[in-house]
Write a protein that binds this ligand. Structure first.
Ligand code: OGA
Ligand code: NI
Length: 333
């Protein structure tokens, strides 16, 4: 396996393979923090109002934060602690703890899943594992740190519940029912070590997530930026909040009504940043296409229909070229 950033980065200068071409570099590292990314309180609203707020956020930003979401804050804190402890293990332990399933439902990688073919690398390590059904997959999760399964099991169950609640609000807001909800749910625990030169590299390049939605625990360290109106805006860390974002398949299903916002991660030279993405994916055999009720003469279908597994093939083939991907997915007029 390629070497995890965290296993060699200490005291080193930035290797050439991490230096991005000038047009892909972060530019200004301090961008405005998004005082305009909606923060939605899931408690104490009537349902119609809540659906309205969520839908507006998905239309305008493709991003929002949720507070009072029902996931206990001590569970969030404990999960973040074990995620950090995991990434602090030795490289050997991390390799052992992530190779229990021969079919790799749990694995670790560095930079991106395209490490072997990508032109440059990103400054992050990622632990990935499937989460549902829990009884099937938990046996393959790390057993170090010792409390990993005991804490992350209930954590993923709670976050999954929250994710489906939000998806239900979105589908009610759009007036459609989402098919393919039985797809896999995966946790990606990202780790971005302190970086010797944050101006030349990124933790994650500009991308849209290939999922229905992502429920992100972003910790108290800033790093996430969203691309809106041709500008980058920062997503402010808010204690006990989750960041929610719409992925590409929902942009397609909503016929462009919802935005699968592009985002990226900048690094910093002082502290490590650990985050956890909870991805809710369509099932492989789901047809990803504009919902019939959202297509008519004034709103023709913007996208072709294709099975989710074929969407993924195109997504992976396009790698970091988001324009090429959008072209490949667009309906021909
Ligand atoms: C991702 C992602 C953001 C972050 O995992 O796809 O965008 O802040 N993560 O780690
Ligand atoms: Ni993402």
């Amino acid at each position: 396996m390629e070497h995890l950033v965290s296993s060699w980065c200490n005291g080193r200068s930035l290797p050439e393979s991490y230096i991005l071409p000038p047009e892909k570099r972060p530019g200004k590292l301090t961008v405005p923090l998004a005082n305009n990314i909606p923060v939605i309180d899931l408690r104490g609203h009537d349902q119609t109002d809540l659906i309205q707020q969520i839908l507006e956020a998905c239309q305008e930003f493709g991003f929002f934060q949720v507070i009072n979401h029902g996931v206990p804050s001590n569970l969030m804190d404990e999960a973040m602690s074990v995620f950090k402890e995991f990434h602090a293990l030795s490289a050997k332990d991390k390799a052992i703890e992530t190779s229990k399933d021969p079919s790799k439902s749990c694995h670790i990688y560095t930079s991106s899943p395209n490490y072997a073919t990508e032109k440059f690398h990103f400054w992050r390590d990622g632990l990935v594992h499937h989460c549902n059904p829990l009884e099937k997959y938990i046996q393959f999760w790390p057993e170090k740190p010792p409390r990993y399964r005991e804490v992350v099991g209930p954590y993923t169950a709670e976050v999954s519940k929250l994710g489906f609640r939000i998806l239900e609000f979105i589908s009610q807001g759009l007036g459609i029912s989402l098919g393919g909800l039985g797809g896999n749910q995966a946790l990606v625990v990202n780790h971005y070590p302190p970086c010797p030169d944050p101006s030349l590299t990124l933790g994650l390049g500009k991308h849209m997530d290939p999922v229905f939605i992502n429920i992100l625990l972003q910790s108290d360290v800033y790093g996430l930026q969203v691309f809106k109106d041709e500008e980058w805006i920062g997503v402010e860390p808010i204690p006990n909040a989750f960041v929610v974002n719409v992925g590409y398949p929902l942009q397609i299903i909503s016929n462009g009504k919802l935005k699968g916002a592009e985002h990226r991660v900048v690094t910093n030279s002082n502290v490590a940043r650990t985050t956890a993405s909870y991805f809710i994916n369509p099932s492989n055999e789901t047809l990803i296409e504009p919902a019939k009720s959202l297509v008519d003469a004034s709103y023709p279908a913007l996208y072709k229909s294709l099975l989710y597994k074929d969407f993924l093939i195109k997504y992976i083939a396009a790698s970091t070229d988001s324009k090429a991907l959008e072209e490949a997915l667009r309906a021909t007029v």
